[in-house]
Design a protein around this ligand. Sequence first.
Ligand code: M6R
Length: 369
Amino acid sequence: EKGGFDSFMDKEIHDQPQAVGDTLLGRTDVDGRLVLDDLRIDEAVLRSIDKIVVVACGTAAYAGHVAKYAIEHWCRIPVEVELAHEFRYRDPVVGPRTLVVAVSQSGETMDTLMAVRHAREQGAKVLAICNTYGSTIPRESDAVLYTHAGPEIAVASTKAFLSQITAAYLLGLYLAQLRGNKFPDEIVEIFDQLREMPGRIQQVLDRADHVRKAAREMSDVPSVLFLGRHVGFPVALEGALKLKELAYIHAEGFAAGELKHGPIALIEEGQPVFVIVPSPRGRDSLHSKVISNIQEIRARGARTLVIAEDGDTAVEPFADEVFWVPQCPTLLSPLLATVPLQVFACELATARGLDVDQPRNLAKSVTVE
Ligand code: M6R
């Protein structure tokens, strides 16, 4: 059942090109327009929403963070992301013009389910992004957008995460199309690019030996930090969560811009730091700012493990290791940059002799509050 892999997690990491491809399958009509058949919320209602609130826990919440960057940019609708267990205890402002998006692999996470119930009581429409047919959260939601990742067995979420991000992109592109957004050409271009992503994820997997080697060499480190900016920030959080869950070592993700506001004090000789570098082809000056961050931490002794886009030679002078990923539009880059971090956590935990499919103290779905 593990398809020749040593663990379900390793298999599921390698299933990701297919999981993303399957999530994209059958979502366009003959004219190439996006159709989300399973969305079942009246188009007039979707046109009238003035706010989106994503509720989720753990890895699914990080997919929500990525969704925020993409949907706000493509649709100009404000998007909040909230941990489901915080949402309902803070008297959130939601109503009939709010679309609440509940992201859950299992569809059974109690905290997320309670947030769904609370949102509906307030009159909000709820859309579930879910991987499990007929589970409770989609049943109790107004609509569902299924991810087609297939069953995820390992406790640590991998292919479900990439599929959730993919579904969130589909939702964003669909809303942009429906509401007549400002950049129709960009939407068509992004959808074409999205269809290229399974092949690019496969390329990242094909290059993963370098990550595995680095992970084995670092199997006794006490702590690893992760820095990212823009959509690289949720990727950093996810990289840290994977390492905590699987390898039981201290790991923390930061927004790279926060460094000077505190976390840089943690940097000492030999401290490993992953840095997810934004594309040099992207807007703004984010790329050069993150390069400066790498210089700053390296000057203080950090061991820098850099995830960068093919051709970004500017990172090389400051990187102890570079893990290259193919070029793609910035907003889609989490689908690539996450993969080396998953492989790293899986390999490091395995090198420590741990069971990556069943980490201690964790359950696959958390059905209690
Ligand atoms: O089934 P869900 O997507 O609702 O689960 C949410 C979290 O419990 C889950 O993502 C958890 O954080 C994973 N162990 C992450 O690897």
